[in-house]
Design a binder for this molecule. Structure first.
Ligand code: ADP
Length: 360
């Protein structure tokens, strides 16, 4: 084809050779041999120059750009193998780099969208399944009663109680889903305040002690804490976090004890909930914070779990700019821990002044 680098080089070389030779004819007494040599030399030099410039600087780069665009059009991102260099002087190379970076970003967006789509599908399937179970159970009891069982007083009471239990489960599930969605959308704001975390943990222990005792478990602080430990956080949410973690420890521990402890480190306090329960296999440790993930599905359901407790814990702690850690050994137990910021020095000093004044 004429408009490739060779064709363009040929035309330009011929034009330059003709013009140069024509100019040379204006000079008096120039031999035809000299004209021929000049014409040939200027033809060869121009041809080489134009060909090299076109081939290596223009056509090749345009070819690369075209190939790249073609692949992007076909959604084939296999050419991406890392970041391209950031500074180049050649404008065509610059365009090529821009397109490459654009493709990298597009590819990432597409991957993210695919993941989101898979997550949405999975979540819809999970949620339908979770809702279906208590609804079907309650529906079954109510229909059996309507079909005549209502006449039998003994059966009526039993079935109504079972239907109510299933509806309660449905209620817990919906409440947890609402909490999770409000936390995710940032709709529910954190109300930060200064409070004593030891007192809060004691409240949780008072609340859950009965449940632990029923299973023959001991629930306590790991040691006496005579001084209050003041933290700056949302006390209601942290109450929920500790309650969820203690409730799980009770659910997944058959014998032994559950204790809560505090360790001061710099500007933070680490809160730790330790149990001697069934533990979690190492390959599942990082999945337990996913919605509806259960290590043993039947065991968790039979214990009334919604499968959302740890997802809620994770979100509440993330909203406090902190996160939850877990270590666990199967059949030995688990330790869940998280950090909270201690109340700042100013507040501590104010409290100290108040205490000092009280003492006087
Ligand atoms: P669930 O309502 O099923 O308890 P969670 O989100 O609270 O849901 O916990 C997710 C899963 O993590 C549980 O089903 C259980 O398998 C595992 N798990 C959580 N806490 C503990 C624990 N203290 N000991 C052993 N397994 C636990």
């Amino acid at each position: 084809m004429l408009f490739n680098s060779r064709g363009v080089a040929l035309i330009l070389a011929a034009v330059v050779a003709i013009v140069t030779t024509a100019f040379l004819t204006l000079v008096p007494d120039v031999s035809s041999q000299a004209l021929l040599v000049t014409g040939l030399l200027s033809f060869a030099a121009t041809y080489l120059l134009v060909f090299i410039v076109f081939e290596f600087l223009v056509i090749r780069e345009i070819g690369e750009i075209y190939k790249l665009l073609n692949k992007i059009r076909k959604k084939d991102f296999s050419f991406i193998d890392g970041e391209k260099e950031t500074t180049v002087s050649n404008p065509l190379k610059e365009i090529n780099r821009e397109i490459y970076n654009y493709a990298v970003n597009r590819n990432k967006e597409i991957e993210d969208l695919k993941k989101l789509e898979a997550f949405r599908r999975e979540f819809l399937a999970d949620i339908s399944h979770e809702l279906k179970t208590p609804v079907f159970a309650a529906q079954g009891f109510v229909h059996t009663l309507l079909d005549g069982a209502v006449e039998d007083k003994k059966v009526r009471g039993k079935f109504l109680k079972r239907a109510a239990k299933s509806l309660d489960k449905l209620d817990y599930l919906i409440q947890d889903l609402l909490t999770l969605s409000q936390l995710e959308t940032g709709e529910s704001k954190m109300h930060l305040e200064h409070f004593d975390i030891v007192a809060l943990a004691n409240e949780v222990i008072d609340q859950m002690e009965n449940k632990a005792e029923k299973k023959g478990l001991i629930l306590k602080l790991d040691q006496p804490y005579d001084e209050p430990i003041s933290v700056y956080a949302d006390s209601d949410r942290i109450y929920r976090v500790i309650t969820n973690l203690v409730s799980n420890s009770i659910k997944y521990t058959d014998e032994g004890l559950i204790d809560l402890g505090f360790t001061l480190s710099g500007q933070n306090v680490k809160i730790q909930i330790k149990d001697t329960g069934v533990g979690i296999p190492p390959d599942q440790l990082n999945r337990i914070f996913e919605r509806f993930f259960r290590v043993e599905k039947s065991r968790s359901k039979e214990k009334g779990g919604t499968g959302l407790g740890l997802a809620i814990v994770k979100h509440i702690l993330e909203a406090h700019n902190t996160n939850i850690s877990v270590t666990s050994s199967v059949n030995e137990g688990s330790v869940f821990s998280f950090k909270l910021p201690l109340s700042n020095q100013e507040i501590d000093q104010e409290q100290e002044v108040e205490l000092f004044e009280e003492e006087i």
